[in-house]
Design a protein around this ligand. Sequence first.
Ligand code: BG6
Length: 477
Amino acid sequence: LNRVQQLPKGFVWGAATAAYQTEGSTKVAGKGKTMWDDYLVAQGRFLPDPASDFYNRYEEDIRLSAEHGLNAIRVSIAWTRIFPNGDDAEPLAEGVKHYHELFACCKKYGVEPYVSLHHFDSPAALFNQGDWLNRKTVDAYVRYAEFCFREFREVKNWFTINELISLSHSQYIQGNFPPNHHFDVTSGIQSQHNELVAHARAVNLYKDLDETEHLGGRIGMVNVLTPAYPATDSPADQHAADLYNAFYTDFIMDGAFLGHYSARTLSLINEILRANNATLTVEDSDMEELAKAAPRNDMFGLNYYQSAFIAAYDGESTNSFNGTGDKGTSCFKFKGVGQQVDMPGIPTTDWDWLIYPQGLYDTLKHISATYPNLPVIYITENGLGHKDPEPDANGIVADPERIDFVDQHMEKVLQARAEGVDVQGYFIWSLQDQFSWANGYNKRYGLFYIDFDTQKRYIKQSALWYKELADTMADAQ
Ligand code: BG6
């Protein structure tokens, strides 16, 4: 099973979490509502409380991390614990104190925090006014970012926004995140652009502040890349894959790391906009902000889960993919872009996501060849959502599928590294089992199993394997 025999010296070997998916305690200490709170109650399927109770149990999880060889953890700050409405005049002291304590705990155990400012959890008050489609959210976000940069000086690794594309896609194309719009292409592209502007403004702010206030850390963004391959070698399918890649990858990568949208990307995006009677509005100062920020990113956080195989499609957009793992991927049809097709022979997860490690390698090679300004890369999420068995008599959870998944993907990371792609770390998604936005609690990703009735933590075999690998790194030093 083990392809990966040894980790390179100094490699960041971590696990990822997000505030809303782990913390619970959504109604304590003055915390404001996020865009999910009322939505989840209305849906009545799953609730975010107590999630993994990380708000109260973080020390146990960080201790477990250290004991299993992790030297880093991704966490996010819940904006609504600091500014309950997103743009309040004064921060909430208890929220600020909470995150200082969390970061102190990381330090105590030698687990370096990589901190996102936004992980799918916009304040409800701003969401109700249009979320990222409203420039007011961008302004409020930058103010919140400035507060955090100055306040949490112990944080040396910042990420601006998690997975800009997933947020736009899930909110306005697939429609499985609030506000549940389906194929609202104008909002889908506009929110990508506005989030990029927010990202760029935060990077520029951090770098400017660093010059005068010596913050001494690094900043970058996290995005998920899902490379599209043509379903056949026909020119039509090839073009569909190009369109898909433009909408789902190139637009954001260009904006963040070129500082402008390339002529090729713009031409493909315009073709999609025309097919959907959609528009994109760019304000004068936006492109200046993007151009200034592009070379100032210190890191790129790449999330990778799956690849997509795309055939040409000109019919009406439809998506009957319900994410519960019984439909295949072939129900996603995006007018003027393409349709996803099932690929017999490529294994899938319990939720029908293609398991395709080659896609990670191809993506790493592609972005490093395409973006000369690309900073160092961290794999900030990669992992297997799986229906894990319950703990055995010894309290251990058998998850050989997850070990195999990480092993196969890490092999591709190390291969790309050997060929000169500067990947300096890997964070498994996720540290402990946690709330999955559209799938609730039975889609488990963690190194540590959580009994969601008792909140007791159990060790998975993957955590033991993680430690074994971490030990090979220590030995090599
Ligand atoms: C990424 C997110 O999109 O993938 C995580 O950053 C998310 O927040 C993860 O949980 C896995 O997705 P899902 O839908 O399986 O929970």
